[in-house]
Design a protein around this ligand. Sequence first.
Ligand SMILES: NC(=O)c1ccc[n+]([C@@H]2O[C@H](COP(=O)([O-])OP(=O)(O)OC[C@H]3O[C@@H](n4cnc5c(N)ncnc54)[C@H](OP(=O)(O)O)[C@@H]3O)[C@@H](O)[C@H]2O)c1
Length: 327
Amino acid sequence: MNYRPLGRTGWKVSDISFGAWAIGGAWGNVPEKDALAALHQAIDSGVNFIDTADVYGDGRSERLTAQLRKSRRDEIIVATKAGRRLPKQTVEGYSRQNLTTWIDDSLRNLSVDALDLLQLHCPPTALFDHAEVFGMLDDFVKAGKIRYYGVSVEKIAEALKAIEYPNVQTVQIIFNCFRQRPADEFFDAAKKRQVGILARVPLASGLLTGKLRRDSTFAPDDHRNFNRHGEQFDVGETFSGVDYDTALEAVEELRALLPPGVSMSQFALRWILMFDAVSCAIPGGKRREQVSENCAASDVPPLSQETMRAVRRIYDEKIRPLVHHRW
Ligand SMILES: NC(=O)c1ccc[n+]([C@@H]2O[C@H](COP(=O)([O-])OP(=O)(O)OC[C@H]3O[C@@H](n4cnc5c(N)ncnc54)[C@H](OP(=O)(O)O)[C@@H]3O)[C@@H](O)[C@H]2O)c1
């Protein structure tokens, strides 16, 4: 496992880290035993950074993470998120009172006195014009309730606006072979300000593992079933917002580029790590084997420039017209 600086925090995080949404909820049933095994495997593989949120399984993901931390001596940095408990996303919802409640709940779930990194969880675009919200986050840092804060965003415009606030340490954004625009329009600005980037949905909700087929089915409580067309939240969070059948065709073209001994998941993750602005990718994993396969991507040799150009060509031809202008 290799490690990269996370913004200006002084932390170095595993470049393949762990996304803890699926072990919380909205991805079908993941038994506690499997979830804990996946988490332990991550630490055994060198992961030292976990991304979770208060709403993942209504606190389940945070509580499992706390359980993991209790049973390990390793230093484990935990990023959580707040904001999605609001019944409707409004700027007013990000009030001092609500933020205090959400932070206190996460402190309790994670069994800590201070949160390592708190991210605003895809707040409305208008929030980024409200400096007072970032002022409140500064107050929580001063009060010792959070060490650092960052944002998770849907759109590049939000990311660019967020990093104008000097104490925003991290931006979490969708970035993968099917979502390449952040590299064109955001990474340089983030590097200039030394802002850490967490690449989320790195496997395009499993598409880039190469295992999905036209007739694959998903449990009723898996968002790949219930949010395929954005019924519950931003459609970009499910399969990166790419039309499923088109994505499967593009996956087959990507498969032809695999270096010997490298799996599709590892290829997709290594592609992300080719961008030095990225601090880490945060693939989800429901089972031990998935996590160990994903973590091994950190030590895959760099992809050739020819391969990188080929991935771009596939994106430009098949995917770009569907997504590039949207996020
Ligand atoms: N708004 C936000 O801030 C936001 C939104 C989305 C995600 N996130 C964060 O980003 C993280 C990662 O994104 P994601 O979980 O949505 O999607 P992802 O990492 O692209 O896909 C994860 C899923 O792919 C499958 N998988 C993973 N590794 C595999 C392997 N080696 N072989 C086969 N299948 C494998 C697993 O599901 P199956 O086995 O069921 O296929 C797993 O749950 C989340 O966990 C969360 O921490 C944040």
